[in-house]
Design a binder for this molecule. Structure first.
Ligand SMILES: [Ca+2]
Length: 388
């Protein structure tokens, strides 16, 4: 059943529209452009700029100002073009900018100016040192990227299938009240949300190693008695700290609005410090089918304590463990092999196996559909994906 649904979902997937192609190629034939900036200058709204990597793996050393609806894509699936410089996307109402197959060796990808709503798709790219930083003028899809040493900071959009290394964070702030944001299947240091929005936080591997600093696996700052969060099938591996203060100590979750927390695994990483990460959970939250391997931390409600560490360094289950087939038994949490769901980031429909390793290949990254269907009902499926 799930395989059939997935195949149906692939149909009708594309950001592309009819577009004129401009080709960027170092020492290329007549009609090609030698720099990305010259191609952007020559392009019209809706065009596509196809970029050949430079010979020898060199970077295009130029800052890019994108002030049109454009696609910047690598000439070849899974091969990236390098840029050394900052990429500014100027905001304008209705503008859509897609960047796919970029390796940004130095500099940020960032917004510039005001104009709601400007859509930015950052796909299958790699940032070697910079950050992704967009204000609330932008709806930003951050999909299947590797961010070597920087954070991802947006107000609207979705953040799916990214590897955000070196304990850097996903930061959501300045959003519109009532927005929904999907933060799914990322490997990341921390997730920080400072906005009155609904967030789906699913299947993330949230891991921090350095023990003395202030760490929260998932922090939701806005205070409300309403249900604001699904926190489902995540692994949070957090070290001990040297302080137990509610403001400076470590937390697995620090949630000032109600959350639905299911199928998560909490691991207290042993360091030379002595105080385990704690939990701050808004009253009225749901906690079910969660597991914890703890040292000095106390157990939150409805969480099963484990006698041994249930995960390896990649967040995969070390068998046997009660986390296997330990998720909520409802069908919507089943694994893709149609067994009862596993707890942790490889369990359920959004398993990290759908997204990793991040290799830049074309794929469907999100399928929005009902998890249950009665006989005779209509099945509506919305899929999002990309090719180069
Ligand atoms: Ca299972």
């Amino acid at each position: 059943m799930k395989k059939i649904i997935y195949i149906l979902g692939i149909i009708g997937v594309s950001f592309n529209s009819q577009a004129i192609d401009l080709v960027v190629q170092e020492s290329g034939p007549a009609g090609t452009y030698g720099t990305i900036s010259s191609a952007i200058s020559a392009a019209n709204n809706g065009d596509r700029i196809i970029i050949h990597p430079k010979v020898g793996g060199n970077a295009f050393a130029e800052n890019l100002t994108i002030n049109k609806t454009l696609e910047l894509v690598s000439v070849q699936d899974t091969t990236k073009f390098k840029v050394q410089g900052t990429i500014d996307v100027h905001a304008s109402n209705g503008r859509i900018v897609t960047i796919s197959g970029l390796d940004l060796v130095a500099g940020n990808i960032q917004g510039n100016g005001t104009g709601w709503k400007t859509t930015v798709n950052i796909l299958a790219s790699k940032l070697d040192g910079g950050i992704i930083d967009f204000s609330n003028q932008y709806y930003v899809r951050v999909i299947s990227n590797i961010v070597e040493n920087g954070s991802v900071n947006i107000s609207h959009g979705e953040i799916i299938g990214n590897e955000i290394k070196n304990e850097h964070d996903i930061i959501i702030q300045n959003s519109n009240v009532g927005d929904t944001i999907n933060i799914i299947a990322n490997k990341v240091g921390e997730i920080y949300i400072n906005a009155d929005i609904f967030a789906n936080v699913r299947n993330n591997l949230i891991e921090v190693n350095s023990g003395s600093t202030y760490v929260n696996g998932v922090e939701y700052v806005f205070s409300s008695g309403d249900l604001k969060l699904n926190i489902i099938n995540n692994v949070m591996s957090i070290p001990e700290s040297s302080t137990s203060s509610s403001t400076s100590g470590n937390h697995f979750v620090k949630l000032r609005s109600r959350a639905n927390m299911r199928n998560n695994i909490f691991v207290e990483k042993n360091t030379s410090n002595s105080i385990g990460p704690s939990y701050f959970i808004q009253s009225g939250s749901v906690s079910a089918y969660n597991f914890a391997y703890l040292g000095s931390s106390s157990l939150p409600i409805n969480t099963t304590p484990l006698a041994s560490n249930p995960i390896n360094a990649d967040g995969r289950l070390i068998l046997p463990t009660p986390c296997e087939n330990g998720a909520d038994p409802s069908f919507e949490f089943y694994d893709l092999d149609l067994t009862r769901g596993d707890a942790g980031c490889y369990g359920g429909s959004y398993t990290l196996d759908n997204y990793f390793p991040v290799n830049g290949s074309t794929h469907v990254f999100n399928v929005d559909m009902p998890f249950g269907l009665s006989n005779g009902s209509t099945l509506n499926i919305k899929a999002e994906g990309f090719d180069r």
